[in-house]
Design a protein around this ligand. Structure first.
Ligand code: NIG
Ligand code: ZN
Length: 468
C-alpha cells in the first residue's frame, strides 16, 4: 500500500504531443526505483499509440473547461499489478527501461492502438422478463410513453412478467445482457431493481443483481428502485408507505446480514407516478439507512426534481429533459451529477436534455444507456455518439461523462473512471490510431474494441478487429 502511494504519477503537463522533460523523467526513475520491491506484475500493455488517462491529478469529476481537454499520452505503456491496480503509466521508453527485469503474467503489444478507461454506464434496468417490442411498434405509430403506461403497458407489463419469472431465468437473461455491455466496452454498470413494486419481487431482483455482482467480471453498483411505478390498484400514499415501512426495513436487515449490498436508492419522480413529496420521503428514508440518492427526475414534466435532489444531497439525478434553469443552478451548486440518457430522448422522440446548458452551467454531466425494455441499447459507444450528435457534446466531454463523471455518479470516482496510478485497472484497447473512432464509427464498436480488461485481466478478446 505504501509502495503504491509512492508510485509515479504522471504530472498534469503530460498531455498529447508533449514529451516529458528530463526533470520529470528523473522523478519517474527515482520513484520507480524506490518501489521495485515487487518485480512481478499481472499485465504490461506496451507501446500504445495513445493512452487517454482522462484526468491525472486525482480529480473526482470534471466540469466545464476540464472536460474539453482530456489528459492523453502518445506512445505510452501501462503496468498493472497482481492486485489489479494500475502501477505505472507513462512514455513507452521510460516504462520499458524502468521495468527491465520485471516479469509479467501477460504482455500486450498495443502498437498502433489506443487505450481508454473502461466505460461506465451510470443508469440501467437490466433485470426483467418479457420484451416490449410490440410497444415499440405502438410508439412508432405515435403513442406516447405515458399513454402506453396508463393503458397498463410499459413498466406494468414488465412487472407482470418479472413477478412470474424465476431467479434463474432472471439471472440468465441478466448475464447475457451484461455480457453484451461488457463486449461493448462497459466495465462498471449501475443496475436497478424496480419491476417488482412489492417486497418479494424487489428482493428477488436485488438478489439476482447481487449474484451477478459476486460472480461476473463486470463491476456492478446496485440500486433499489421499488418506487419505479405505483403498483396497479394502489394510491401513491399507500405505495410510499409500503416502501418506507415494509420494503426498506427488510432491505436494511438483509444488508446487515451481509446477504445483499445495495448502493443507491431511486424513485421515478414524475407526474402520474411519484410526486415531489412522496419522492422526498422515500429518498430521505433511503439516505437515512446509508444509501446514495440517485433518482429519475424532470423527465416528461418539470417537477423541480433537480432542486429536490440538490436539497437532499443526491449524488445523481437521471433524465432531466425538462429541467429548469433553477434546477441546473441548484445541481451545479450541490455537486449533484446529471446522468443524461440520450437513448430515451431518441426512442421516445422527447426534447433533448439541455446538455450544453448543464455543461456550461458547471453541472457534473455523466452518461448512461438507460438499458430497459423501452430503450434496448447495451452500447455506451453508441450512447456517446448520440450525446455528441443530438445533445451537442464534444467527444472529449462524452468520454469524460462516460468515465470519471459516471464513476462520480456512482460514488466510485476514487477508484474508477480514469487511468491513474492506484486506481483499478479497467481499460479498453481499441484497434485504431485515434481513440475518437470509438464514437465516430456509429455502431462500429464491435469491430473496434480489441480487448476489454478488468482489474488487469483480459475479460474479452475480440479477434475480429481490423485496423480502421
Ligand atoms: N423513466 C422511467 N424508467 C425507465 C423506463 C423503464 C421502462 O419503461 O420499463 C427509464 O429510465 O427510461
Ligand atoms: Zn431509468
Amino acid at each position: 500500500m505504501i509502495a503504491q502511494k509512492l508510485l509515479p504519477v504522471i504530472p498534469k503537463s503530460f498531455t498529447v504531443h508533449q514529451k516529458p522533460s528530463t526533470a520529470t523523467l528523473a522523478y519517474f526513475v527515482r520513484k520507480v526505483t524506490f518501489v521495485k520491491m515487487s518485480n512481478s506484475f499481472r499485465l504490461y500493455v506496451k507501446n500504445a499509440k495513445q493512452v487517454v488517462l482522462v484526468c491525472n491529478n486525482g480529480e473526482r469529476f470534471l466540469t466545464q473547461e476540464a472536460m474539453k481537454k482530456l489528459s492523453v499520452i502518445e506512445n505510452c505503456s501501462l503496468i498493472i499489478g497482481k492486485d489489479g491496480m494500475l502501477k505505472a503509466v507513462g512514455p513507452a521508453d521510460s516504462i520499458e527501461s524502468q521495468f527491465k527485469g520485471a516479469t509479467f503474467d501477460k504482455v500486450i503489444n498495443a502498437a498502433g492502438m489506443c487505450v481508454i478507461p473502461g466505460l461506465i454506464d451510470a443508469h440501467t434496468h437490466p433485470v426483467w422478463a418479457g420484451d416490449r417490442v410490440h410497444e415499440f411498434a405502438m410508439k412508432l405509430a405515435g403513442a406516447t410513453y405515458m399513454e402506453v403506461h396508463e393503458a397498463g403497458g410499459g413498466i406494468h407489463f414488465t412487472v407482470e412478467h418479472t413477478r412470474q419469472a424465476s431467479k434463474d431465468q432472471l439471472l440468465s437473461s441478466l448475464t447475457q445482457r451484461l455480457t453484451r455491455m461488457l463486449r461493448s466496452g462497459t466495465t462498471l454498470v449501475e443496475c436497478k431493481s424496480g419491476y417488482g413494486l412489492e417486497l418479494d419481487t424487489e428482493l428477488k431482483m436485488l438478489m439476482v443483481i447481487e449474484t451477478a455482482r459476486r460472480n461476473l467480471d463486470i463491476g456492478i453498483s446496485s440500486t433499489y428502485c421499488g418506487a419505479h411505478a405505483v403498483p396497479k390498484g394502489k394510491m401513491v400514499s399507500e405505495a410510499t408507505e409500503d416502501i418506507i415501512k415494509v420494503q426498506l426495513p427488510k432491505l436494511k436487515e438483509k444488508m446487515a446480514q451481509g446477504q445483499l449490498k445495495v448502493d443507491n436508492i431511486d424513485v421515478f419522480c414524475e407526474k402520474g407516478v411519484f410526486d415531489l413529496d412522496s419522492t422526498r420521503a422515500i429518498l430521505q428514508a433511503g439516505k437515512d439507512m446509508g444509501l446514495q440518492i440517485n433518482f429519475h427526475g424532470d423527465e416528461l414534466n418539470p417537477m423541480n426534481a433537480a432542486q429536490l435532489g440538490a436539497e437532499l444531497g443526491a449524488l445523481a439525478i437521471s433524465h432531466l429533459e425538462e429541467v429548469t434553469n433553477e434546477g441546473i443552478a441548484a445541481m451545479a451548486k450541490a455537486k449533484t451529477s446529471a446522468v443524461l440518457l440520450p437513448t430515451t430522448a431518441y426512442i421516445l422522440r422527447l426534447p433533448q436534455p439541455r446538455a450544453r446548458d448543464m455543461l456550461d452551467g458547471g453541472v457534473i454531466v455523466a452518461l448512461g444507456s438507460d438499458f430497459n425494455p423501452n430503450a434496448y441499447c447495451c452500447s455506451m459507444p453508441m450512447v456517446m455518439h448520440l450525446a455528441c450528435v443530438n445533445m451537442r457534446m464534444t467527444m472529449n466531454e462524452a468520454l469524460a461523462a462516460a468515465t470519471i463523471n459516471a464513476a462520480y455518479a456512482l460514488g466510485l470516482s476514487h477508484s474508477h473512471g480514469s487511468l491513474e496510478v492506484g486506481k483499478q485497472a479497467d481499460l479498453l484497447i481499441i484497434n485504431s490510431s485515434r481513440w475518437e473512432h470509438l464514437i465516430y464509427q456509429f455502431g462500429g464498436h464491435q469491430e473496434l474494441i480489441k480487448y476489454v480488461i478488468i482489474k488487469g485481466n483480459i475479460v474479452y478478446e475480440n479477434d475480429k478487429t481490423m485496423d480502421y
